[in-house]
Design a binder for this molecule. Structure first.
Ligand code: 3HC
Ligand code: NAI
Length: 701
């Protein structure tokens, strides 16, 4: 039974019960209509109360059913809402927890809404590239006015109960017995219907013009936003029924769009990424409350803030007092800036700072449930730190490294507790960037991975699990992408052309601006180290970045890199760099030529896709969706394109294969399609079909 019925005090209480989020799947809707029919026919029923079990009202329409035909006889959500609207008996919604999307739309069709103080309401469809398609765009402006409706629907952000009451979205907030309050309202409130659909709404064309001016362009991910604005405006220009009709048409347009399919893919990929085949859901998870962060540089300070923001107690340990003081000052400065910008209140900042403790004695790690090492990227230094930690830490503590390039197995080599050692690769700035790569070594235990996944949730990070290798999932793909951007410039493109094309594609920042921001010297040092180790024997490393570093142009930190920067940090092409690039082409014997935008895009994206496929082959990534998540949240791949692997699916893998082969003919064998791409393309397949680890070599070679 997906909807429980009980007659109480003359009201039929209908409780949605479809765990975990009471999504409005076809069986819920069938039960709901049957219950309404029964209640209407029963003279003992004077009113209805709609509520949810599982601590939630409803997370909305069942996204898994989008694009599929409902089972025969099952109504659509708008039909059910029309049924509620048409009933002669009043409805009261009792909102416990979350009422999102279709959940809120059902509640808005009720006569009154009563919420618990912890309740949140939202119309988050825009995050899925959709609009509220079951009356939300027509009823919300009638409840809360155009400005609030625009803000809520265009942001998709949750509104807390108290604000929802102020805005007129809910009628009352009940801190006592919510169901009793809803019952009282249903049975002793006005007997007739009070429908939002009958309310007038003002036409405010200037509010819509203003809102539209802020939106992303339609072809840069803004399609849903524009259609949301169109649908809300229809509420102000059309009669209610015609407005609903318009909303439906616009919803169907969005449902068929690539932007929406990509965002829905990202929604599920994000949740799927937290499921690791050989880490069962019942794997014991350690409660992490106290974390020791070793190293208070760029990353250690950011990690400490991310942990404190998640409510944890943090001990930051540095090698020396001066470095510790610098780290502490950095954290205080960052928090002060957050307070100035209104991200946190002064009190919240003080509370967070009070949970971060600073010291130079590693002995404090004895109190930690988890240690995160963020010292210099040198294997010997890291191994020394881990050896000390083994002697100090509790036997049940998890020991993590934030290394970005080193092998977790090498860090764990010789350790008596390799099972407890895991990579926790945060991205810079760690208190801001959403991605957390959890890196498993050969011996990392399921317990350590499960605990890391739980930690990610606590500190609101989006986790993907990678196997240890050079660069893990995200940075390993950055290497061929980065090389390609440089090859393009050596051949004749200007850095600003490459940036323009990739920004047009949807990256918030083109690669050259990104290098300047991250610091060209970082790659320079890594390249020097790798060359010294004799790596990269097969593929030529571009040297433009090295030439720039040799003349002190490290990027924004030195005021100049690929670009020079004015006082507003606007990147400006620099003749000195142009000359340096031309000289580099000449040194390599390359005759410069015009490079088209299409070629730039193709080579940058296909370099990613091919490497991603290789990661699936060797098991670095569990599934294509994990790679997508790593690029969406680690490097700003546009979410409305779903991530590199999803995007490749939209291109079609036969086309991807053919273009890779064409590139191989022109630019060298390293472009040959990964065998996985050949295999899938040959059978007309897609990355999306692959089950976890299905692509891993032994399964298909
Ligand atoms: N449909 C189907 N499945 C859903 C779902 C939905 N609307 N919302 C959540 N789920 C699933 C998740 O995929 C996940 O499944 P899994 O356990 O198999 O991985 C499970 O429910 C739990 O989800 P979360 O891990 O996200 O749980 P949280 O407790 O962290 O968050 C939530 C709960 C706030 C409801 C969050 O899941 C959420 O924001 N969901 C999406 C809400 C949404 O976008 N609703 C609008 C739907 S579109 C709509 O209503 C169209 C209408 O206008 C016509
Ligand atoms: P950093 O140089 O800014 O900070 C390292 C800090 O560690 C310094 O403050 C140093 O004093 C301290 N330290 C060195 N040895 C120590 C010891 N034995 N005990 C305690 N403290 C010690 O370096 P950054 O950038 O913070 O990098 C740290 C780690 O994070 C590296 O492994 C790096 O590869 C990784 N990383 C860096 C990213 C970045 O963008 N900077 C991104 C992701 C990971």
């Amino acid at each position: 039974m997906a909807v429980h019925r009980s007659l109480r005090d003359g009201a039929l209480v209908l409780e949605l019960d479809n765990p975990p989020v009471n999504a409005l799947s076809p069986d819920v809707l069938v039960d709901l209509v049957a219950a309404i029919d029964a209640g209407e026919a029963d003279s003992a029923v004077r009113a209805f109360v709609l509520a949810g079990r599982n601590g939630i009202f409803s997370g909305g329409a069942d996204i898994r059913w989008f694009g599929k035909a409902p089972p025969p006889g099952a109504p659509l959500l708008p039909d059910v809402i029309a049924r509620i609207e048409a009933s002669p008996k009043p409805f009261v919604a009792a909102i416990e927890g979350t009422a999102f999307g279709g959940g809120l739309e059902i509640a808005l069709a009720c006569d009154r809404r009563i919420a618990s103080p912890r309740a949140k309401v939202a119309l988050p469809e825009i995050n899925l590239g959709l609009l509220p398609g079951a009356g939300g765009t027509q009823r919300l402006p009638r409840a809360a006015g155009n400005a609030a409706a625009l803000r809520i629907i265009l942001s998709g952000a949750p509104v807390k109960a108290a604000e929802a009451q102020q805005l007129g979205i809910v009628d009352a907030v009940e801190s006592g017995d919510l169901l009793a309050a809803a019952l009282a309202s249903a049975t002793s409130g006005p007997a007739g219907r009070t429908r939002l659909s009958e309310r007038a709404v003002a036409a405010e064309p200037e509010a819509f013009a203003q809102a539209r001016a802020q939106l992303a362009p339609i072809d840069k991910g803004g399609l849903a936003a524009h259609r949301c604005a169109d649908a809300i405006e229809a509420a102000t220009t059309l009669p209610f029924e015609a407005g609903l009709q318009r909303e439906r048409e616009l919803f169907m347009e969005l449902l068929a769009s690539e932007q929406s399919k990509s965002r829905i893919h990202a929604f599920f990929a994000q949740r799927e990424a937290a499921k690791v085949p050989d880490v069962p859901a019942d794997t014991p998870v350690a409660a992490v409350r106290t974390v020791c962060v070793v190293g208070a540089g760029t990353m250690g300070t950011g990690i400490a803030m991310a942990l404190a923001n998640g409510g944890l107690t943090v001990h930051v340990v540095e090698a020396a007092e001066d470095a510790l003081a610098r780290g502490r000052a950095l954290i205080e400065k960052n928090y002060a800036a957050s307070a100035r910008k209104g991200r946190f209140t002064e009190a919240a900042v003080a509370e967070r700072l009070s949970r971060i403790h600073f010291g130079t004695d590693l002995a404090v790690a004895a109190h930690a449930d988890l240690v995160i090492e963020a010292v210099f990227e040198e294997l010997d230094i890291k191994r020394e730190v881990f050896a000390k930690l083994e002697a100090i830490c509790r036997p049940d503590a998890i020991l993590a490294s934030n290394t970005s390039t080193l092998d977790i197995d090498a860090i764990a080599a010789g350790s008596s507790r390799a099972g407890d050692i895991v990579g926790l690769h945060f991205f810079s700035p760690a208190n801001v960037m959403k991605l957390l790569e959890i890196v498993r070594g050969t011996h990392t235990s399921a317990h350590a991975i499960a605990t890391s996944l739980a930690l990610a949730k606590t500190i609101a990070k989006i986790a993907v699990v990678a196997r240890t290798c050079d660069g893990f999932i995200a940075n390993r793909m950055l290497a061929p992408y980065g090389r390609e951007t440089m090859y393009l410039v050596e051949e004749g493109a200007a850095p600003q052309d490459v940036d323009r094309v990739m920004e047009r594609f949807g990256f918030p920042m083109g690669p050259f601006r990104m290098y300047d921001l991250a610091g060209l010297d970082v790659g320079w040092r890594i390249r020097k180290r790798r060359l010294a180790e004799g790596r990269f024997a097969t593929l030529r490393e571009p040297e433009i970045g090295d030439r720039l570093c040799e003349i002190g142009r490290f990027g924004q930190k030195t005021g100049a890199g690929i670009y020079r920067y004015d006082e507003n940090r606007t990147p400006l092409p620099d003749p000195q760099v142009e000359a340096l690039i031309v000289a580099e082409s000449a040194r390599l014997g390359i005759t410069r030529r015009p490079v088209s935008d299409e070629e730039i895009l193709n080579r940058c994206i296909l370099a990613l896709v091919n490497e991603g496929a290789k990661e699936l082959e060797d098991g670095t990534a569990i599934r294509p969706g994990d790679i997508d998540i790593a690029w969406l949240y680690g490097f700003g791949f546009p979410v409305y394109r779903g991530g590199p692997m999803h995007y490749a699916d939209t291109l079609g893998l036969a086309r991807v294969r053919d273009e890779l082969n064409a590139l191989a003919e022109r630019h060298g064998e390293h472009w040959r399609p990964a065998p996985l791409i050949e295999q899938l393309a040959a059978r007309g397949g897609r990355f999306a079909e692959l089950q976890a680890y299905e692509a891993k070599a032994p399964a298909w070679t």
